[in-house]
Design a protein around this ligand. Structure first.
Ligand SMILES: CC(C)(COP(=O)(O)OP(=O)(O)OC[C@H]1O[C@@H](n2cnc3c(N)ncnc32)[C@H](O)[C@@H]1OP(=O)(O)O)[C@@H](O)C(=O)NCCC(=O)NCCS
Length: 247
């Protein structure tokens, strides 16, 4: 099956692609495109919104890689194997390919990213100020970051914290350890203009940060272990809809 999808994507290796979508109730015909491991992981999730995010992200990743490679989503050898314990979880990889993959899901958003030859990490969080408490800064921040965060109050504090948090988590996902490496080992240069964290990371892990837009009410970050060329963001809902229409 070849999927007709909205728009054309450049195959250029210096282009990194990001897709954002909403978790969806997918029909069985689409769930059948997932691997046995992806289905088992989702089935183990008792919380329905979590299960929906998991299957939507897994299918979106397959559809996105399929669009770039011209391979039917169900045929792609995408595997998750934890570097730490060998279990069937962790960063997704496309066996035998130079494409590097990343996945994130939270609230009403799932995001996937694909780069060529550069490991990347994508992270998204809902902008819900109620769940951010000042104590969270103690586990996440270096002294330099804490000083910058303390210059924010009220809703601005939550926004600043989530920009910082997603940037740091994106770096650790690109690095491949996730939170097994302490967040304080990544020391970011705070932005001076109220915008997102961008550019090279100060210390701890050599990485570069790029702004992404997961949509209203959400904060996201993209990190890479080497400088990226162009970053292009796409409508993942349209990609999933095209997959549905094309059966
Ligand atoms: C990576 C991590 C920060 C993600 O946290 P989260 O709150 O689930 O956040 P997100 O939704 O943004 O990311 C989830 C995605 O991260 C990816 N991921 C998981 N572990 C990863 C790792 N070590 N490096 C890069 N990406 C990873 C997966 O693709 C996962 O989605 P999927 O399982 O649906 O494919 C967190 O899972 C972590 O720290 N994992 C490593 C430590 C660990 O717990 N290992 C398991 C025991 S050995």
């Amino acid at each position: 099956m070849s999927v007709e999808l909205p728009g054309e994507l450049p195959a250029a290796p210096d282009v990194t692609h990001i897709w954002w979508a909403r978790p969806a109730d997918l029909p069985q015909s689409l769930l059948d495109r997932l691997s046995a491991a992806e289905r088992a992981k989702a089935d183990a999730l008792r919380h329905e919104p979590e299960r929906r995010r998991s299957v939507t992200a897994a299918l979106l990743l397959r559809a996105a890689v399929g669009q770039l490679t011209g391979t039917p989503p169900a045929d792609l050898p995408i595997v998750r194997r934890c570097d730490e314990c060998g279990g069937p979880h962790g960063r997704p990889r496309l066996t035998g390919s130079a494409l590097e993959l990343t996945v994130t899901h939270s609230g009403d958003r799932v995001g996937v990213g694909i780069a060529t030859g550069v490991e990347i990490g994508l992270d998204v969080e809902p902008l819900e100020s109620a769940r951010i408490t000042e104590g969270m800064a103690d586990i996440a921040c270096t002294p330099n970051e804490a000083r910058w965060l303390a210059t924010h109050t009220g809703d601005a504090y939550a926004g600043a914290f989530l920009r910082l948090w997603t940037a740091k988590e994106a770096v650790l996902k690109a690095f491949g350890t996730g939170l097994l490496k302490p967040l304080t080992e990544v020391d970011l240069q705070p932005p001076t203009d109220g915008g997102p964290f961008t550019g090279p990371v100060r210390s701890g892990v050599e990485a570069w940060l790029y702004p992404v837009d997961p949509g209203s009410g959400y904060v996201g970050s993209l990190a890479a272990l080497a400088p990226l060329g162009v970053v292009r963001e796409h409508d993942g809902d349209a990609l999933l809809a095209a997959l549905t229409v094309n059966g």
